[in-house]
Design a protein around this ligand. Structure first.
Ligand code: SF4
Length: 174
């Protein structure tokens, strides 16, 4: 079952990287994607989900993806070939989630990530850099936009931070 059509288009984004224009990819859907959304809400790295609209925003690797009933949108590509590759990658991911739907418990609740400061308060605040960020606050900022995963902080695995780790997981799970 194919979800996305081949006739996607690029639209120039307002941002440029070193004066080079960037584009967002707009991909019309073959099918209504609404039915997929609760399954994605259960397994994807979700930034935002509103079942009323409906719209879901999640991360596919480093890319931010927004799905509406008949439209998928991805941020920041440089050219049409890159757009094609990301379209294929997204199609494959949606097909995989749909194929596994029997084993996934769908999540119908709305979801939004907490603000960075709320996350930061529960982080170890050692600024050790092991997560790849210079500070815990920078890591918190990435968690609040879905760009990072909590598992990247090894310090949280230490016993003294176990409770904070559990609270953070619950906070990010919504
Ligand atoms: S690894 Fe954890 S404790 Fe270290 S800077 Fe990153 S978030 Fe902070």
């Amino acid at each position: 079952m194919a979800f996305l059509r081949d006739d996607f288009r690029l639209e120039q984004a307002s941002c440029k990287v070193e004066s080079v224009p960037r584009y967002k990819i707009l991909i019309p859907a073959e099918e209504d994607l609404s039915e997929l959304m609760p399954y994605l809400n259960a397994v994807a790295r979700v930034v935002f989900y509103d079942p009323e609209e409906p719209v879901i925003v999640f991360r596919l690797d480093e890319k931010k993806v927004a799905l509406r009933p008949f439209l998928a949108q991805l941020a920041e590509v440089g050219n049409i070939e890159e757009g094609r590759l990301w379209r294929e990658k997204l199609e494959k991911y949606l097909e995989e989630v749909w194929a596994r739907r029997e084993e996934i418990s769908p999540r119908h609740q709305p979801r939004t990530l907490p603000p960075a400061l709320e996350i930061y308060k529960l982080l170890p605040q050692t600024n050790c850099g092991q997560c790849g960020e210079a500070t815990c606050l920078a890591f918190a900022a990435k968690l609040s936009t879905g760009e990072a995963d909590l598992s990247a902080c090894p310090v949280l695995k230490e016993e003294k931070f176990a409770e904070a780790g559990k609270k953070l997981s619950a906070l990010l799970e919504g």
